[in-house]
Design a protein around this ligand. Structure first.
Ligand SMILES: Cc1cc2nc3c(=O)[nH]c(=O)nc-3n(C[C@H](O)[C@H](O)[C@H](O)COP(=O)(O)O)c2cc1C
Length: 332
């Protein structure tokens, strides 16, 4: 009997297919659909610290009275209260609509006050919390060390407050990526998601203007997380979920072979809807049967850095002599 059971978010999951945080997970109806189609867990749309800051700044620019500063304090409290109670309601409704774990996602751009919210998320009934942490490292005065401290402080702030499991989702934008992952894994977290994918700028050459690129990932983007899952899974003391560019059962299997405990997908569901889940689960089971595996533990990490027998493929980045005579015909 083939079992797809795995562990992530400190929870036992029926299977490794996690619906990643995105606008599809912002409604209880959609959450129900993902649950009924067999998702292993569902991460709700993030609640964003920046949304509160932006709203505050917008109102702050419209100074209208002598008592405006007092009003702003009140307003700050009011918007927080409203955003947070809406999110609490979503957690409660999603929890009722789903048979599978519901994970709340908190985004923050500064550690401190905002993270007190984690306790409210816990009280609202989330099974786990994913911290969606990101600081765009574009400030030339901001050092890697300062950045790293932001991540570690935010994680400590939250894990010190709540009893539910906490995981962290990061981008690949670190000069010392392996060291940062190692430091995060040394905190009290139950998993690391590699990697978040963000809105990208693009350029319209006809209008000569900046535009936003498609938010959906494309073919081949899974190769970046694949490399890092393979490199880090045998070395970190916490499970890894792979995210970005995973669009097929075959790519899920690749991530598991590289050492992931689970995958988080979003773009696929925008393209194909929740109904692609049962087919993917069947295809993974079929592959396991063909390869004589009864559980994910039988093959997870078989092709990681330490088990593949060919670690150089993970570490190699430059093409140098191996591709010196590359004509392209090999990959047609
Ligand atoms: C429209 C859209 C909205 C997203 N919103 C969030 C979010 O609120 N929080 C978050 O952590 N990730 C968010 N993501 C990122 C996804 O959770 C996921 O990590 C990323 O899209 C990579 O996976 P994919 O290639 O399967 O799309 C969003 C992605 C998309 C496409």
């Amino acid at each position: 009997m083939t079992s797809l059971k795995t562990k992530f978010f400190g929870l036992e999951l029926e299977n490794p297919l996690i619906v990643a945080s995105c606008s599809l997970t912002a409604s209880p109806e959609k959450v129900r659909e993902f649950s009924e189609n067999g998702a292993g867990a569902i991460v709700l749309k993030s609640v964003f610290e920046e949304e509160i800051i932006n709203e505050y700044n917008r109102v702050a620019q419209t100074k209208t009275s002598a008592h405006f500063d007092e009003f702003l304090d009140y307003f700050d409290y009011k918007i927080r209260d409203q955003v947070l109670s809406n999110y609490g309601r979503l957690i409660g409704e999603a929890r009722k609509a789903s048979r599978v774990p519901i994970v709340a996602s908190i985004n923050c751009v500064s550690s401190g006050d905002w993270l007190q919210f984690a306790s409210q998320v816990e009280d609202a009934g989330a099974d786990a919390i994913e911290l969606n942490l990101f600081v765009m490292p574009c400030d030339p005065m901001n050092t890697a060390e300062r950045n790293r401290n932001f991540y570690l402080n935010a994680v400590r702030e939250v894990t010190g407050r709540v009893k539910v499991p906490v995981t962290v989702k990061i981008s690949s934008y670190f000069s010392d990526l392996a060291a940062v992952c190692n430091a995060l894994a040394g905190e009290k977290i139950k998993g690391l998601t590699l990697f978040n994918r963000f809105a990208n700028p693009d350029i319209d050459i006809e209008k000569e203007s900046l535009i936003e690129a498609s938010p959906l990932s494309g073919e081949g983007e899974y190769l970046l997380p694949l490399r890092w899952v393979g490199i880090l899974s045998p070395r970190l003391g916490c499970p890894i979920a792979a995210s970005t560019g995973i669009h097929s059962a075959g790519q899920v299997i690749k991530m598991l072979l590289a050492g992931a405990h689970a995958v988080q997908m979003a773009s696929l569901f925008y393209k194909q809807g929740a109904s692609c889940l049962p087919k993917m689960l069947r295809e993974i089971e079929q592959w396991m049967e063909t390869h004589d595996y009864e559980s994910i533990g039988d093959f997870r990490g078989r092709l990681s850095l330490t088990q593949s027998g060919n670690p150089a493929v993970y570490a190699r980045a430059q093409y140098m002599s191996r591709f010196g005579g590359y004509s392209g015909s090999e990959h047609k």
